[in-house]
Design a protein. Structure first.
Length: 162
């Protein structure tokens, strides 16, 4: 009976255990992609920040977005919460990233005006859209410019030039 009780307790707690995925950020590719490694070494994984899109590296504020993420999370532990989507078309884990003591990484980027809510990949993101609107009103980050171009439009324009 004790084994059955232990097994039942384990199954009840499994979702909480699966969510507690503290990972060390070993590198930052750009403003919306980080590379994580487990606490005990092992495999690395690329993580795409769910629901946002940061400027491309060759786009205005691309370097600033990456530098901000580097300062916040490089070599630090973060809680990676994978979304039901799993992985994107590039094999990156799509996740919400919680930075202990600071908040949700996506929200921090939006509040600083260093990313856009990505409407194609973020349904029911009204709170994030409000953060973006506030940064825009305050002319923070990329919103200080005359006419900031979202990365998905920037990429499309770059393809047309080729």
């Amino acid at each position: 009976m004790r084994i059955l009780y232990t097994l039942l307790l384990f199954l009840v707690l499994l979702p909480a255990i699966a969510h507690a995925a503290m990972q060390r950020v070993v590198d930052v590719t750009n403003g919306d992609t980080i590379i994580i490694g487990s606490l005990h070494g092992g495999d690395r994984a690329r993580v795409s920040l769910h629901g946002i899109n940061a400027p491309e590296m060759n786009q205005p504020y691309g370097q600033a977005s990456k530098a901000y993420v580097l300062r916040l999370v490089r070599n630090k532990l973060v809680d990676v919460e994978p979304t039901p989507q799993g992985k994107d078309q590039y094999g990156r884990v799509v996740a919400i990233v919680h930075v202990p003591g600071a908040g949700v990484l996506q929200e921090l980027l939006l509040q600083e005006g260093l990313a856009w809510v990505y409407p194609q990949h973020c349904k029911n993101c009204g709170a994030w859209e409000a953060m973006q609107a506030q940064a825009r009103r305050e002319k923070k980050g990329l919103w200080a410019g005359e006419n900031p171009v979202p990365p998905w439009q920037w990429r499309k324009a770059q393809k047309k030039k080729k």
